[in-house]
Design a protein around this ligand. Structure first.
Ligand code: DX5
Ligand code: ZN
Length: 234
């Protein structure tokens, strides 16, 4: 029997919480990540911004590689022309790599190239290929690349910052994406997730729910992470 891929495993164990480190205490990144392991979080979300695709410049492959963790590395590339950078993120141990539909003329090729790469943590695991859509991008862009992806990431905020408000129309977009992609493609919801809306987002059918500032709020990260975990699996 063929080994079960990471994408299949994530779909079977949905919904999962993926915690973004953007608002973590970077002076104590190691213990911030340990805390997520203690809260039984499975996925660590890296918001890679290049200062061009969105205004802020955050982190690159060196940070992704430098964080040693048992958590799956979920890398969200908010960068222009990601194709030439994919190899570095794969070498850094990315398990999920998401590229933006708006970031390149060669989005099909980027996903195609990614599909031939091998997961550096475990070759049998495979790499989950994600296509991210800004809130203003029509869902039609998914159709031509449907055979070259395992996940669609819907941004519920505009890319660039943590702590923004959830855009309400994302609920309807999520329903339409599920209709479009069927049951075998993962849907990830990213941005504006709070203690108040996380359970509802899980019920809407997101497989992966990204949460950043609602966990790393500078006060009670462990408690917040545990809350999010429990809220998606009542
Ligand atoms: C937005 C990023 C999100 C964001 C999530 O550009 O892709 O991952 O940092 O942060 P919160 O959960 O604070 O909205
Ligand atoms: Zn993100």
């Amino acid at each position: 029997m063929a080994a079960i891929s990471l994408a299949q495993r994530l779909r079977a164990s949905a919904p999962q919480v993926s915690v973004g480190i953007l608002t973590a205490d970077w002076m104590s990144l190691g213990s911030e990540v340990d805390l997520l392991e203690r809260a039984s979080v499975d996925l660590l979300h890296f918001d890679v911004m290049d200062g061009c695709f969105c205004p802020m410049l955050t982190m690159g492959a060196a940070i992704v590689a430098g964080i040693k963790t048992s958590l799956l590395k979920d890398v969200h590339l908010m960068v222009e022309e990601p194709l030439s950078k994919l190899e570095a993120f794969v070498a850094a141990g990315a398990d999920i790599i998401t590229v933006h539909a708006e970031s390149s003329r060669h989005i099909h090729r980027s996903l195609q190239v990614l599909g031939k790469m091998v997961n550096a943590n475990d070759p049998a695991r495979g790499i989950v290929r994600g296509l991210a859509l800004n809130p203003g991008t029509a869902l039609d862009v998914i159709d031509p690349v449907l055979d070259e992806l395992e996940m669609v990431l819907l941004l519920a905020v505009n890319p660039g910052w943590g702590g923004q408000k959830f855009i309400a129309s994302t609920r309807e977009r999520m329903r339409q994406v599920r209709e479009r992609v069927g049951d075998n493609v993962l849907i990830c919801l990213d941005g504006g997730v709070t203690r108040d809306n996380v359970a509802e987002i899980a019920r809407l059918g997101a497989d992966i729910i990204v949460t950043g500032s609602a966990v790393f709020d500078g006060k009670a990260a462990l408690d917040n992470a545990r809350f999010m975990q429990q809220a998606v699996r009542p």
